[in-house]
Design a protein around this ligand. Structure first.
Ligand SMILES: Cc1cc2nc3c(=O)[nH]c(=O)nc-3n(C[C@H](O)[C@H](O)[C@H](O)COP(=O)(O)O)c2cc1C
Length: 379
């Protein structure tokens, strides 16, 4: 059986626990990364930012490039389709923002993105993928910053790309490849295919990070045991449960910890999350940002409909405190929620939206794809 690793090496970067917080648009901002990092060691990746936005000095992109004071390892996910923009953006991240890890997004399933050949659509064009990766690695190498890529299995079951992507990543000097075991067509539906992760591990020599459907720390260990992955990437499982990173760190160091906070402890975590968002964004915006997390934190706990409704309208820390006071501190953690999906799920897409003629050739080297500045949907 595979030996479960207790750390992760990405080029020059050593991570004390082989656990990566999945980049999630609208979620993994500086406040959330700090909140998770307070729980345990790992690599905490930013929301996706666009290479064009960065290169052209777009204001929204610049604001997204915020780091917490205690964030010692700055890890950024970059989106792009143009090798030159990507190279320039990586250079800016390393030279001007002290970034220690860059991840490239080749997994986004959002039609607005795949329609332009970006995200999960791009690996179909093997030549273009190589160009993008080579430019990124060339820009990062003088700074000794590892570049990783994150992708899906392929467009759909008839157009798989992940094994080629792994080979190309390895040939391009990429430090690791993360695989979400779904196709673009599946979006977030169905179950992640961990066998594909195992197949990629067999196919390449660089570290493979397994992603998809890790809901508990035990799932992460099981994934590594089943697939031989060098580490795991955890997304939806930690929504409303930053303490999952404590359990994950323990699990990869041989301890079986399942944190089951009572509602009073969850309230304290909610308060901390809203406070950190307020520090980074100002109180009103921070509290509004916090709204989307409330359902996740309270999932399965007793809280009346009216209280939940009021919480969804929260716009200050004082109103949050007043509303949280109405919840029973002693309510036990709803154990029936353990191991169950949270966050986005939904249905598969009828078809993957692609640029005209996209499937006609698999190279795409030199292609000029439109890259928008404001592409922030992630996925
Ligand atoms: C709200 C949300 C936003 C996401 N944004 C991004 C993103 O910006 N970049 C990316 O590579 N993946 C993004 N993803 C995908 C996750 O990183 C991850 O691959 C996916 O959720 C599967 O992992 P999980 O089963 O642990 O959630 C997003 C997922 C969610 C739920």
């Amino acid at each position: 059986m595979t030996v479960v690793p207790d750390s992760l090496t990405l080029g020059s970067l050593r991570v004390d626990t082989p656990v990566v917080l999945a980049p999630m648009a609208g979620i993994t901002n500086a406040a959330y990364r700090r909140l998770c990092a307070e729980q345990g060691a790992g690599l905490y990746v930013s929301e996706m930012i666009t290479s064009r936005g960065l290169v052209e000095g777009d204001e929204v992109t610049r604001k997204m490039l915020t780091f917490d004071d205690l964030e010692t390892v700055r890890s950024v996910q970059l989106y792009g389709t143009d090798p030159v923009y990507i190279g320039k953006a990586v250079e800016i991240l390393c030279a001007e923002h002290g970034v220690a890890h860059v991840d490239l997004n080749f997994g986004c399933p959002v039609p607005k993105v795949t329609r332009k050949g970006g995200g999960g659509a791009l690996p179909w064009k093997r030549g273009l993928l190589a160009e993008v990766l080579e430019h990124a690695v060339a820009a990062a190498t003088p700074y000794d910053v590892p570049v990783t890529m994150k992708t899906r299995k392929g467009l759909d079951d008839d157009h798989l790309t992940y094994l080629d992507a792994g080979r190309i990543a390895q040939e391009s000097g990429v430090a690791a490849i993360a695989l979400h075991g779904r196709t673009v067509q599946q979006a977030y539906s169905g179950e992640a295919d961990w066998d594909a992760i195992a197949a990629l591990v067999d196919h390449v020599d660089i570290p493979v990070l397994g992603n998809g459907d890790i809901w508990e720390a035990a799932d992460a260990v099981r994934m590594v045991e089943q697939t031989g992955a060098a580490g795991v990437v955890v997304g939806r499982g930690c929504l409303g449960r930053p303490w999952l990173f404590r359990d994950l760190a323990a699990a990869f160091h041989g301890e079986d910890v399942a944190t089951l906070p009572v509602l009073g402890e969850v309230k304290a975590m909610m308060r901390r999350h809203a406070e950190l968002l307020s520090e980074h964004m100002g109180e009103e915006r921070g509290c509004k940002e916090f709204r989307k997390h409330i359902t996740w934190y309270l999932k399965g706990f007793p809280a009346g409909g009216e209280l939940r409704h009021q919480l969804a309208l929260v716009d200050s820390l004082a109103s949050l405190d007043a509303l949280l006071a109405g919840l029973d501190d002693a309510a036990p953690f709803p154990e029936r929620e353990l191991g169950t999906p949270r966050g986005r799920q939904g249905a598969p897409r009828k078809k993957v939206v692609l640029p005209d003629g996209w499937l006609d050739d698999t190279d795409g080297r030199g292609a000029h794809l439109r890259e928008d500045v404001d592409e922030t949907t992630g996925g």
